[in-house]
Ligand binder design. Structure first.
Ligand SMILES: [Zn+2]
Length: 403
């Protein structure tokens, strides 16, 4: 593979706030080997040179909370799901510029298989950080999705978590509370685990040094997850000040998944939100549940942001091609700056995924997962939709400049 030189870029490196005009980035094999501002020119000899003509070069986007199914196919077996998940992950990369996915629940370890297929180059696809099944309880959350695995009793969790470790997952997803999208008996203020179940599940993960991604939608579960050593808390629709303190004390991440409560017909304002809401066609009951929860959710998002918690963009919204882009818009609508939001979807999302040393910024030595967008996302975050190029592992995998 010849060296790849990207010239005439407006660079947003996700390290220093702002745009560097006239920048160039050189990629050799899979890594960034040189980043220059406008004052110096790169060596173009023997290289493939792409003149970006002033377009914006930034790290590839991440979605740090992903389920790959869409549309839901009742009774789908492993073969159908595998084909669908592969296609959805590829679309996220090639059409959305989402170069990294942190998984939040996938049946049959299809995420582990896709990760191997993408890493080996067998298929083109995004980086995958895997968790296998969404571990819940009988009468738990997301049971209709096909990706939830009910476990009961401390021993039930021990066995399943060990099976996950053996299958090669990167983290364990524990579902501690109900959610917004569910049947009448599944409410987000309900905690599911018995004390023995939650303590044992965390203890096994701690013993094996594997991170826990905790679905915790309400105060008591958020606190329990943080005290027991969760790496990240997802959702946090209902919290209190002590939750924010515990996040800081335990140096844990918060992934707020604004899309779950903010994407309803009456709240959709942009054309992408309106399109998404229309195709999602939520039932009136689920719309009401989302809207009943949105104000409190947004207030904790704002307070977490103001408190300077470690936060990353994760959408929990399907299809994954649209999820991250919608979530970026919702962060800004809910009070984050475009810069905070972009960093949360690149540098910080790579960090929460455990890959911050290799990915998430445009810096010499990092793996070259990059995107080019025509218009400046720091002016308007929705400019992430003006996607021109996607570079994964140093290779141009999608070129939309002609469209
Ligand atoms: Zn989820």
């Amino acid at each position: 593979m010849p060296r790849l030189v990207l010239t005439n870029a407006r660079l947003i490196d996700a390290v220093r706030e702002g745009v560097t005009a006239g920048a160039s980035v050189t990629v050799e094999d899979e890594r960034i080997v040189e980043v220059l501002d406008g004052r110096r020119s790169p060596s173009e000899q023997g290289a493939r040179v792409i003149d970006l003509q002033g377009a914006h070069l930034l790290p590839g986007l991440w979605d740090a909370h992903v389920h790959l199914e869409w549309p839901r196919v009742p009774q789908a077996g492993v073969p159908e799901l595998t084909a669908q998940y592969l296609a959805n992950a590829q679309r996220a990369l090639l059409e959305g510029g989402v170069t990294g996915l942190r998984m939040a629940g996938t049946p049959h370890f299809i995420d582990v298989a896709l990760k191997h297929a993408f890493d080996s180059g067998q298929h083109v696809g995004p980086r995958m950080v895997t968790c296998g099944w969404f571990l819940t309880t009988t009468g738990g959350h997301a049971l209709g999705t096909g990706f939830a695995l009910p476990c009961d009793g401390a021993e039930g969790f021990v066995r399943v978590i060990r099976e996950h470790i053996q299958a090669g997952v990167d983290h364990i997803k524990l579902n501690l509370t109900g959610g917004i999208m569910g049947p009448a008996w599944d409410r987000h203020w309900h905690t599911f685990f018995t004390p023995a179940e939650i303590e044992t599940a965390f203890a096994i993960c701690r013993q094996r040094g594997i991170k826990v991604m905790a679905h915790a939608a309400s105060t008591e579960a958020v606190k329990a997850a943080l005290r027991l050593g969760a790496h990240s808390v997802e959702h946090g629709y209902i919290m209190d000040d002590e939750c924010l303190t515990l996040f800081r004390q335990h140096d844990a991440w918060y992934v707020p998944t604004l899309g779950i409560t903010h994407l309803t017909p009456s709240q959709a304002t942009t054309r992408w939100e309106k399109q998404w809401v229309e195709q999602r066609a939520l039932t009136p009951d689920l719309i009401r549940r989302a809207e009943d929860a949105v104000e409190e959710h947004r207030s904790w998002f704002r307070r977490a942001l103001a408190a300077g918690l470690k936060m990353a963009v994760g959408s929990d919204v399907r299809p994954v091609r649209e999820g991250a882009l919608l979530e970026l818009g919702l962060w800004v609508k809910s009070g984050a700056t475009p810069w905070q939001t972009l960093q949360a979807a690149t540098k910080h999302a790579a960090d929460v995924s455990g890959l911050g040393r290799e990915l998430g910024t445009v810096e010499t030595g990092k793996l070259a997962d990059l995107i080019v967008v025509r218009d400046n996302p720091l002016d308007d975050i929705d400019n992430v939709h003006s996607l021109l190029l996607v570079i994964k592992n140093g290779r141009v995998v999608a070129d939309h400049r002609a469209r």
